[in-house]
Design a binder for this molecule. Sequence first.
Ligand SMILES: Cc1cc2nc3c(=O)[nH]c(=O)nc-3n(C[C@H](O)[C@H](O)[C@H](O)COP(=O)(O)O)c2cc1C
Ligand code: SF4
Length: 435
Amino acid sequence: MAEFEPVLLRNVGVENSASLKVYTQRGGYRSAAKALKMNPENVVEEVKRANLRGRGGAGFPAGVKWGFLPKGRKITYLCVNADESEPPTFSNRVLMENDPHQLLEGILIAGYATRTTTAYIYMRVEFHEQFHILQKAVDEAYEAGWLGKNIQGSGYSLDCYIHRGAGAYVCGEETGLIESLEGKRGQPRIKPPFPAVEGLFHKPTVVNNVETLCCVPHIIERGADWFTSVGPPHSTGPKLFCISGPVKRPGCYEAAMDITVRDLVYGEQFGGGMSDGKELKAVMPGGVSMGIITADEIDCKLDFEDPRNYGLLGLGTSAAVVIDTDTDMRDVLYNICRFFGTESCGQCTHCREGTAWAMRIADRLRKGAGRKEDLDVLVDVANNMGMMPGMNICGLSDGAAFPIRMIVEKFRAEFEEHIRNQRPGRVLEVLETLR
Ligand SMILES: Cc1cc2nc3c(=O)[nH]c(=O)nc-3n(C[C@H](O)[C@H](O)[C@H](O)COP(=O)(O)O)c2cc1C
Ligand code: SF4
Protein backbone atom coordinates (compact mmCIF):
# COMPACT_ATOMS: atom_id res chain seq x y z
CA MET A 1 0.00 0.00 0.00
CA ALA A 2 1.33 3.47 -0.92
CA GLU A 3 2.07 6.02 1.81
CA PHE A 4 -1.13 7.85 2.70
CA GLU A 5 -1.64 11.21 4.38
CA PRO A 6 -5.10 11.58 5.97
CA VAL A 7 -6.79 14.87 5.18
CA LEU A 8 -10.49 14.34 5.97
CA LEU A 9 -9.71 13.05 9.46
CA ARG A 10 -6.62 15.19 10.03
CA ASN A 11 -8.26 17.10 12.88
CA VAL A 12 -9.72 14.08 14.66
CA GLY A 13 -8.10 13.69 18.06
CA VAL A 14 -6.93 17.32 18.17
CA GLU A 15 -8.20 19.09 21.28
CA ASN A 16 -11.22 21.31 20.56
CA SER A 17 -11.15 20.27 16.92
CA ALA A 18 -14.80 21.31 16.46
CA SER A 19 -14.07 24.94 17.31
CA LEU A 20 -13.56 27.66 14.73
CA LYS A 21 -10.40 28.75 16.55
CA VAL A 22 -8.66 25.40 16.20
CA TYR A 23 -9.98 24.88 12.68
CA THR A 24 -8.59 28.21 11.46
CA GLN A 25 -5.33 27.72 13.38
CA ARG A 26 -4.88 24.50 11.41
CA GLY A 27 -5.42 26.15 8.03
CA GLY A 28 -9.21 26.08 7.91
CA TYR A 29 -11.18 28.46 5.65
CA ARG A 30 -8.05 29.14 3.54
CA SER A 31 -9.64 27.23 0.67
CA ALA A 32 -12.87 29.17 1.01
CA ALA A 33 -10.94 32.45 0.85
CA LYS A 34 -9.18 31.15 -2.27
CA ALA A 35 -12.43 29.94 -3.89
CA LEU A 36 -14.20 33.25 -3.24
CA LYS A 37 -11.54 34.95 -5.40
CA MET A 38 -12.10 32.47 -8.24
CA ASN A 39 -14.78 32.53 -10.87
CA PRO A 40 -17.58 30.12 -9.72
CA GLU A 41 -17.36 28.25 -13.07
CA ASN A 42 -13.66 27.63 -12.44
CA VAL A 43 -14.45 26.14 -9.05
CA VAL A 44 -16.91 23.74 -10.75
CA GLU A 45 -14.26 22.92 -13.37
CA GLU A 46 -11.66 22.12 -10.71
CA VAL A 47 -14.07 19.75 -8.94
CA LYS A 48 -14.94 18.16 -12.30
CA ARG A 49 -11.25 17.71 -13.10
CA ALA A 50 -10.72 16.09 -9.70
CA ASN A 51 -13.40 13.53 -10.64
CA LEU A 52 -14.84 13.75 -7.14
CA ARG A 53 -17.45 11.01 -7.09
CA GLY A 54 -20.29 11.28 -4.58
CA ARG A 55 -19.59 9.54 -1.28
CA GLY A 56 -23.28 9.02 -0.42
CA GLY A 57 -23.61 5.72 -2.25
CA ALA A 58 -24.26 6.30 -5.93
CA GLY A 59 -20.77 7.61 -6.82
CA PHE A 60 -22.04 10.26 -9.23
CA PRO A 61 -19.39 12.92 -10.07
CA ALA A 62 -20.12 16.06 -8.02
CA GLY A 63 -18.79 18.57 -10.55
CA VAL A 64 -20.90 17.04 -13.32
CA LYS A 65 -23.98 17.23 -11.09
CA TRP A 66 -23.31 20.91 -10.38
CA GLY A 67 -22.95 21.46 -14.13
CA PHE A 68 -26.53 20.18 -14.70
CA LEU A 69 -28.03 23.24 -13.00
CA PRO A 70 -29.92 25.27 -15.61
CA LYS A 71 -28.21 28.40 -16.89
CA GLY A 72 -29.91 31.69 -15.96
CA ARG A 73 -31.68 30.24 -12.89
CA LYS A 74 -32.75 32.70 -10.21
CA ILE A 75 -32.67 30.44 -7.14
CA THR A 76 -30.53 27.42 -6.27
CA TYR A 77 -30.66 25.35 -3.12
CA LEU A 78 -28.00 23.11 -1.66
CA CYS A 79 -29.20 20.15 0.40
CA VAL A 80 -26.53 18.49 2.47
CA ASN A 81 -27.37 14.86 3.01
CA ALA A 82 -26.51 14.07 6.62
CA ASP A 83 -29.21 11.43 7.01
CA GLU A 84 -26.64 8.62 7.19
CA SER A 85 -29.08 5.78 7.78
CA GLU A 86 -27.35 2.94 5.96
CA PRO A 87 -26.43 0.25 8.48
CA PRO A 88 -23.60 0.29 9.71
CA THR A 89 -22.33 3.62 8.36
CA PHE A 90 -21.00 6.33 10.66
CA SER A 91 -18.37 8.28 8.71
CA ASN A 92 -20.57 11.40 8.30
CA ARG A 93 -21.13 11.33 12.04
CA VAL A 94 -17.37 11.25 12.68
CA LEU A 95 -16.86 14.21 10.35
CA MET A 96 -19.62 16.35 11.84
CA GLU A 97 -18.69 15.52 15.41
CA ASN A 98 -14.98 16.20 15.09
CA ASP A 99 -14.64 18.69 12.29
CA PRO A 100 -17.91 20.54 11.60
CA HIS A 101 -16.13 23.55 10.08
CA GLN A 102 -14.59 21.33 7.41
CA LEU A 103 -18.14 20.53 6.31
CA LEU A 104 -19.21 24.18 6.51
CA GLU A 105 -16.21 25.19 4.40
CA GLY A 106 -17.19 22.57 1.83
CA ILE A 107 -20.77 23.87 1.86
CA LEU A 108 -19.54 27.44 1.41
CA ILE A 109 -17.35 26.54 -1.59
CA ALA A 110 -20.00 24.31 -3.19
CA GLY A 111 -22.61 27.00 -2.55
CA TYR A 112 -20.44 29.66 -4.15
CA ALA A 113 -19.66 27.43 -7.15
CA THR A 114 -23.34 26.70 -7.76
CA ARG A 115 -24.54 30.24 -6.87
CA THR A 116 -26.62 28.88 -4.01
CA THR A 117 -28.02 31.34 -1.49
CA THR A 118 -29.51 28.84 0.96
CA ALA A 119 -28.09 25.55 2.19
CA TYR A 120 -30.01 23.05 4.30
CA ILE A 121 -28.23 20.35 6.25
CA TYR A 122 -30.67 17.46 6.56
CA MET A 123 -29.58 15.53 9.62
CA ARG A 124 -30.95 12.30 10.99
CA VAL A 125 -32.79 12.88 14.24
CA GLU A 126 -30.69 10.42 16.21
CA PHE A 127 -27.65 12.70 15.86
CA HIS A 128 -28.43 14.70 19.04
CA GLU A 129 -24.89 15.53 20.07
CA GLN A 130 -23.73 16.12 16.51
CA PHE A 131 -26.64 18.51 15.94
CA HIS A 132 -25.52 20.70 18.85
CA ILE A 133 -21.88 20.58 17.74
CA LEU A 134 -22.80 21.52 14.19
CA GLN A 135 -25.23 24.24 15.25
CA LYS A 136 -22.48 25.79 17.39
CA ALA A 137 -20.16 25.72 14.38
CA VAL A 138 -22.84 27.35 12.20
CA ASP A 139 -23.26 30.11 14.81
CA GLU A 140 -19.49 30.62 14.96
CA ALA A 141 -19.26 30.77 11.17
CA TYR A 142 -21.99 33.43 11.04
CA GLU A 143 -20.22 35.45 13.73
CA ALA A 144 -16.89 35.25 11.91
CA GLY A 145 -18.42 36.20 8.57
CA TRP A 146 -18.01 32.78 6.90
CA LEU A 147 -21.79 32.53 6.55
CA GLY A 148 -24.44 35.19 6.08
CA LYS A 149 -24.39 38.34 4.02
CA ASN A 150 -21.42 39.43 1.92
CA ILE A 151 -19.07 36.69 3.12
CA GLN A 152 -15.61 38.13 3.85
CA GLY A 153 -16.47 41.14 1.68
CA SER A 154 -16.77 38.96 -1.44
CA GLY A 155 -20.29 40.06 -2.33
CA TYR A 156 -21.44 36.42 -1.99
CA SER A 157 -24.10 35.60 0.63
CA LEU A 158 -25.10 32.19 1.97
CA ASP A 159 -27.51 31.15 4.70
CA CYS A 160 -27.23 27.72 6.25
CA TYR A 161 -29.88 25.90 8.30
CA ILE A 162 -29.84 22.53 9.98
CA HIS A 163 -33.04 20.54 9.57
CA ARG A 164 -33.53 17.44 11.67
CA GLY A 165 -35.36 14.53 10.05
CA ALA A 166 -37.81 12.30 11.89
CA GLY A 167 -35.79 9.10 11.45
CA ALA A 168 -36.53 7.33 8.18
CA TYR A 169 -33.99 5.51 5.99
CA VAL A 170 -35.79 6.55 2.83
CA CYS A 171 -35.30 10.24 3.70
CA GLY A 172 -31.64 9.70 2.80
CA GLU A 173 -32.76 9.21 -0.80
CA GLU A 174 -32.37 12.66 -2.29
CA THR A 175 -35.97 13.26 -3.36
CA GLY A 176 -37.36 11.69 -0.17
CA LEU A 177 -35.10 14.14 1.65
CA ILE A 178 -36.45 17.03 -0.40
CA GLU A 179 -40.08 16.05 0.27
CA SER A 180 -39.32 15.76 3.98
CA LEU A 181 -37.59 19.17 3.97
CA GLU A 182 -40.71 20.64 2.40
CA GLY A 183 -42.65 19.34 5.40
CA LYS A 184 -44.28 16.43 3.62
CA ARG A 185 -44.08 12.67 4.13
CA GLY A 186 -40.63 11.47 3.08
CA GLN A 187 -41.64 9.66 -0.08
CA PRO A 188 -39.22 9.73 -3.03
CA ARG A 189 -40.32 11.47 -6.20
CA ILE A 190 -40.48 10.02 -9.69
CA LYS A 191 -37.47 11.16 -11.75
CA PRO A 192 -37.07 12.97 -14.08
CA PRO A 193 -37.21 15.79 -13.32
CA PHE A 194 -33.98 15.41 -11.33
CA PRO A 195 -33.33 17.78 -8.40
CA ALA A 196 -30.77 19.80 -10.40
CA VAL A 197 -33.66 20.95 -12.58
CA GLU A 198 -36.59 20.76 -10.15
CA GLY A 199 -35.77 20.00 -6.53
CA LEU A 200 -36.52 21.73 -3.25
CA PHE A 201 -39.62 23.95 -3.52
CA HIS A 202 -39.46 22.99 -7.23
CA LYS A 203 -36.28 25.02 -7.72
CA PRO A 204 -32.90 23.80 -9.02
CA THR A 205 -31.21 21.93 -6.17
CA VAL A 206 -27.93 20.19 -5.53
CA VAL A 207 -27.94 17.29 -3.09
CA ASN A 208 -24.55 16.19 -1.82
CA ASN A 209 -23.34 13.93 0.93
CA VAL A 210 -21.37 15.26 3.94
CA GLU A 211 -18.15 13.44 2.99
CA THR A 212 -18.40 14.59 -0.63
CA LEU A 213 -18.56 18.20 0.52
CA CYS A 214 -15.73 17.68 3.01
CA CYS A 215 -13.48 16.74 0.06
CA VAL A 216 -14.13 20.05 -1.70
CA PRO A 217 -11.89 22.38 0.40
CA HIS A 218 -8.96 19.99 -0.12
CA ILE A 219 -9.49 19.98 -3.90
CA ILE A 220 -9.43 23.77 -3.94
CA GLU A 221 -6.43 24.00 -1.62
CA ARG A 222 -4.27 21.29 -3.17
CA GLY A 223 -5.67 21.19 -6.69
CA ALA A 224 -7.42 18.58 -8.82
CA ASP A 225 -4.09 17.01 -9.82
CA TRP A 226 -3.35 16.16 -6.20
CA PHE A 227 -6.84 14.67 -5.79
CA THR A 228 -6.52 12.48 -8.88
CA SER A 229 -3.09 11.31 -7.71
CA VAL A 230 -4.74 9.64 -4.70
CA GLY A 231 -6.19 6.21 -5.55
CA PRO A 232 -7.06 4.67 -8.93
CA PRO A 233 -8.18 6.92 -11.83
CA HIS A 234 -11.86 5.95 -11.59
CA SER A 235 -11.93 6.30 -7.78
CA THR A 236 -9.97 9.41 -6.91
CA GLY A 237 -9.28 11.12 -3.62
CA PRO A 238 -9.28 10.17 0.04
CA LYS A 239 -12.18 8.05 1.29
CA LEU A 240 -13.55 7.10 4.68
CA PHE A 241 -14.14 3.42 5.47
CA CYS A 242 -16.09 2.15 8.47
CA ILE A 243 -15.64 -1.29 9.91
CA SER A 244 -17.73 -2.94 12.60
CA GLY A 245 -18.30 -6.43 13.96
CA PRO A 246 -15.84 -8.86 15.57
CA VAL A 247 -12.58 -7.13 14.63
CA LYS A 248 -9.92 -5.85 17.02
CA ARG A 249 -10.21 -2.21 16.00
CA PRO A 250 -13.70 -1.33 14.77
CA GLY A 251 -13.87 2.30 13.66
CA CYS A 252 -13.72 4.84 10.87
CA TYR A 253 -10.52 5.02 8.82
CA GLU A 254 -9.27 7.12 5.94
CA ALA A 255 -7.42 5.65 2.97
CA ALA A 256 -7.08 5.83 -0.78
CA MET A 257 -9.48 3.62 -2.72
CA ASP A 258 -6.76 1.13 -3.52
CA ILE A 259 -7.32 -0.91 -0.38
CA THR A 260 -9.07 -4.26 -0.35
CA VAL A 261 -11.60 -5.72 2.06
CA ARG A 262 -8.72 -7.90 3.32
CA ASP A 263 -6.70 -4.75 4.17
CA LEU A 264 -9.68 -3.22 5.96
CA VAL A 265 -10.32 -6.33 8.07
CA TYR A 266 -6.75 -7.45 8.76
CA GLY A 267 -4.57 -4.33 8.22
CA GLU A 268 -2.87 -3.21 11.45
CA GLN A 269 -3.83 0.41 10.72
CA PHE A 270 -7.48 -0.61 10.11
CA GLY A 271 -9.55 -3.43 11.64
CA GLY A 272 -6.45 -5.23 12.95
CA GLY A 273 -7.85 -8.72 12.37
CA MET A 274 -10.59 -10.80 13.95
CA SER A 275 -11.13 -10.40 17.68
CA ASP A 276 -11.36 -13.12 20.36
CA GLY A 277 -10.11 -15.87 18.06
CA LYS A 278 -13.17 -15.57 15.82
CA GLU A 279 -13.05 -16.80 12.24
CA LEU A 280 -14.17 -14.72 9.29
CA LYS A 281 -17.24 -15.96 7.45
CA ALA A 282 -18.45 -13.03 5.35
CA VAL A 283 -18.32 -9.28 4.90
CA MET A 284 -20.94 -6.80 3.76
CA PRO A 285 -18.45 -4.17 2.57
CA GLY A 286 -20.64 -1.33 1.29
CA GLY A 287 -23.31 -1.03 3.95
CA VAL A 288 -25.90 -3.80 3.98
CA SER A 289 -27.68 -2.77 0.78
CA MET A 290 -24.75 -3.54 -1.52
CA GLY A 291 -24.77 -7.27 -0.75
CA ILE A 292 -22.32 -9.74 0.75
CA ILE A 293 -19.01 -11.46 -0.04
CA THR A 294 -17.64 -14.62 1.50
CA ALA A 295 -14.32 -14.99 3.33
CA ASP A 296 -12.80 -16.24 0.04
CA GLU A 297 -13.69 -13.02 -1.77
CA ILE A 298 -12.01 -10.43 0.45
CA ASP A 299 -9.49 -9.43 -2.19
CA CYS A 300 -12.30 -7.28 -3.55
CA LYS A 301 -10.98 -3.73 -3.93
CA LEU A 302 -12.85 -0.97 -2.16
CA ASP A 303 -13.17 1.34 -5.16
CA PHE A 304 -16.14 2.37 -7.28
CA GLU A 305 -15.68 -0.44 -9.84
CA ASP A 306 -14.35 -3.69 -8.36
CA PRO A 307 -17.27 -4.55 -6.02
CA ARG A 308 -19.41 -5.25 -9.11
CA ASN A 309 -16.98 -8.01 -10.12
CA TYR A 310 -18.08 -9.80 -6.94
CA GLY A 311 -21.79 -9.41 -7.69
CA LEU A 312 -22.18 -6.49 -5.27
CA LEU A 313 -24.40 -3.56 -6.21
CA GLY A 314 -21.49 -1.13 -5.76
CA LEU A 315 -19.14 0.47 -3.24
CA GLY A 316 -22.13 1.98 -1.43
CA THR A 317 -21.15 3.74 1.77
CA SER A 318 -17.92 1.70 2.12
CA ALA A 319 -18.95 0.65 5.61
CA ALA A 320 -18.10 -2.97 6.24
CA VAL A 321 -19.94 -5.33 8.57
CA VAL A 322 -17.77 -8.28 9.47
CA ILE A 323 -19.56 -11.58 10.13
CA ASP A 324 -17.89 -14.49 11.94
CA THR A 325 -18.45 -18.23 11.65
CA ASP A 326 -20.48 -18.29 14.89
CA THR A 327 -23.15 -16.15 13.26
CA ASP A 328 -26.26 -17.82 11.93
CA MET A 329 -26.99 -16.46 8.45
CA ARG A 330 -30.71 -16.75 9.13
CA ASP A 331 -30.31 -14.03 11.77
CA VAL A 332 -28.38 -11.84 9.35
CA LEU A 333 -31.03 -12.36 6.69
CA TYR A 334 -33.90 -11.68 9.06
CA ASN A 335 -32.33 -8.47 10.41
CA ILE A 336 -31.85 -7.16 6.90
CA CYS A 337 -35.33 -8.16 5.73
CA ARG A 338 -36.90 -6.62 8.81
CA PHE A 339 -34.98 -3.39 8.25
CA PHE A 340 -36.05 -2.99 4.62
CA GLY A 341 -39.57 -4.29 5.30
CA THR A 342 -40.12 -1.53 7.83
CA GLU A 343 -38.27 1.20 5.91
CA SER A 344 -39.98 0.77 2.51
CA CYS A 345 -42.19 3.81 2.02
CA GLY A 346 -44.79 1.68 0.28
CA GLN A 347 -45.33 3.67 -2.92
CA CYS A 348 -44.14 0.92 -5.30
CA THR A 349 -45.79 -2.50 -5.35
CA HIS A 350 -42.60 -4.52 -5.95
CA CYS A 351 -40.80 -2.87 -3.07
CA ARG A 352 -43.72 -2.76 -0.63
CA GLU A 353 -44.87 -6.34 -1.23
CA GLY A 354 -41.42 -7.81 -1.91
CA THR A 355 -39.83 -6.52 1.30
CA ALA A 356 -42.88 -7.65 3.31
CA TRP A 357 -42.85 -11.17 1.81
CA ALA A 358 -39.12 -11.48 2.31
CA MET A 359 -39.48 -10.45 5.95
CA ARG A 360 -42.18 -13.09 6.54
CA ILE A 361 -40.13 -15.87 4.92
CA ALA A 362 -36.94 -14.84 6.75
CA ASP A 363 -38.88 -14.87 10.02
CA ARG A 364 -40.11 -18.40 9.27
CA LEU A 365 -36.56 -19.54 8.49
CA ARG A 366 -35.08 -18.16 11.71
CA LYS A 367 -37.86 -19.75 13.75
CA GLY A 368 -36.81 -23.15 12.40
CA ALA A 369 -40.01 -23.53 10.40
CA GLY A 370 -38.51 -22.98 6.94
CA ARG A 371 -39.99 -24.82 3.96
CA LYS A 372 -38.00 -26.47 1.17
CA GLU A 373 -39.33 -24.04 -1.42
CA ASP A 374 -38.64 -20.92 0.70
CA LEU A 375 -35.14 -20.35 -0.66
CA ASP A 376 -36.23 -20.37 -4.30
CA VAL A 377 -39.19 -18.17 -3.46
CA LEU A 378 -36.90 -15.69 -1.67
CA VAL A 379 -34.53 -15.48 -4.65
CA ASP A 380 -37.50 -15.12 -6.98
CA VAL A 381 -38.99 -12.34 -4.85
CA ALA A 382 -35.61 -10.57 -4.74
CA ASN A 383 -35.17 -10.90 -8.50
CA ASN A 384 -38.52 -9.25 -9.04
CA MET A 385 -38.05 -6.41 -6.57
CA GLY A 386 -35.60 -4.32 -8.50
CA MET A 387 -33.01 -4.77 -11.21
CA MET A 388 -35.40 -3.71 -13.99
CA PRO A 389 -35.33 0.01 -14.71
CA GLY A 390 -38.59 1.84 -14.22
CA MET A 391 -40.16 -0.60 -11.76
CA ASN A 392 -39.47 1.41 -8.64
CA ILE A 393 -39.30 5.07 -7.77
CA CYS A 394 -36.06 4.83 -5.82
CA GLY A 395 -33.11 2.57 -5.14
CA LEU A 396 -34.33 1.16 -1.81
CA SER A 397 -35.88 -1.84 -3.52
CA ASP A 398 -32.62 -2.80 -5.26
CA GLY A 399 -30.78 -2.20 -2.01
CA ALA A 400 -33.10 -4.68 -0.30
CA ALA A 401 -33.02 -7.23 -3.12
CA PHE A 402 -29.23 -7.49 -3.45
CA PRO A 403 -28.38 -8.67 0.08
CA ILE A 404 -31.40 -11.01 0.22
CA ARG A 405 -30.50 -12.74 -3.05
CA MET A 406 -26.76 -12.84 -2.35
CA ILE A 407 -27.10 -14.17 1.21
CA VAL A 408 -29.37 -16.98 0.07
CA GLU A 409 -27.25 -17.84 -2.98
CA LYS A 410 -23.87 -17.70 -1.23
CA PHE A 411 -24.98 -19.51 1.94
CA ARG A 412 -27.60 -21.81 0.47
CA ALA A 413 -26.10 -24.99 1.95
CA GLU A 414 -26.31 -23.50 5.45
CA PHE A 415 -29.96 -22.52 4.94
CA GLU A 416 -30.80 -25.98 3.54
CA GLU A 417 -29.21 -27.62 6.55
CA HIS A 418 -31.36 -25.52 8.90
CA ILE A 419 -34.50 -26.33 6.92
CA ARG A 420 -33.73 -30.04 7.30
CA ASN A 421 -33.05 -29.72 11.05
CA GLN A 422 -35.89 -27.28 11.77
CA ARG A 423 -34.00 -25.70 14.66
CA PRO A 424 -34.47 -22.03 15.55
CA GLY A 425 -31.77 -19.50 14.69
CA ARG A 426 -28.99 -18.68 17.15
CA VAL A 427 -30.44 -15.37 18.34
CA LEU A 428 -33.76 -17.02 19.22
CA GLU A 429 -31.91 -19.90 20.88
CA VAL A 430 -29.97 -17.47 23.07
CA LEU A 431 -33.14 -15.51 23.90
CA GLU A 432 -34.77 -18.79 24.92
CA THR A 433 -32.00 -19.50 27.44
CA LEU A 434 -32.51 -16.04 28.98
CA ARG A 435 -36.21 -16.62 29.75
C1 LIG B 1 -32.88 4.37 0.04
C2 LIG B 1 -31.75 5.31 -0.12
C3 LIG B 1 -31.15 5.88 1.00
C4 LIG B 1 -30.09 6.78 0.85
N1 LIG B 1 -29.52 7.29 1.98
C5 LIG B 1 -28.52 8.19 1.85
C6 LIG B 1 -27.93 8.79 3.01
O1 LIG B 1 -28.30 8.49 4.16
N2 LIG B 1 -26.93 9.69 2.81
C7 LIG B 1 -26.50 10.04 1.55
O2 LIG B 1 -25.63 10.89 1.42
N3 LIG B 1 -27.03 9.48 0.45
C8 LIG B 1 -28.03 8.58 0.57
N4 LIG B 1 -28.59 8.05 -0.56
C9 LIG B 1 -28.12 8.55 -1.88
C10 LIG B 1 -28.80 9.87 -2.24
O3 LIG B 1 -30.01 9.59 -2.93
C11 LIG B 1 -27.93 10.73 -3.16
O4 LIG B 1 -27.44 9.95 -4.22
C12 LIG B 1 -26.75 11.36 -2.43
O5 LIG B 1 -27.14 12.06 -1.28
C13 LIG B 1 -26.06 12.33 -3.37
O6 LIG B 1 -24.91 12.84 -2.78
P1 LIG B 1 -23.46 12.50 -3.34
O7 LIG B 1 -23.55 12.59 -4.84
O8 LIG B 1 -22.59 13.53 -2.74
O9 LIG B 1 -23.14 11.11 -2.90
C14 LIG B 1 -29.63 7.13 -0.44
C15 LIG B 1 -30.23 6.56 -1.57
C16 LIG B 1 -31.26 5.65 -1.42
C17 LIG B 1 -31.87 5.05 -2.63
S1 SF4 C 1 -38.70 1.76 -4.11
FE1 SF4 C 1 -39.60 1.39 -2.09
S2 SF4 C 1 -38.84 3.00 -0.79
FE2 SF4 C 1 -38.44 3.65 -2.92
S3 SF4 C 1 -40.24 4.86 -3.45
FE3 SF4 C 1 -40.70 2.78 -4.07
S4 SF4 C 1 -41.75 1.88 -2.27
FE4 SF4 C 1 -40.76 3.76 -1.60
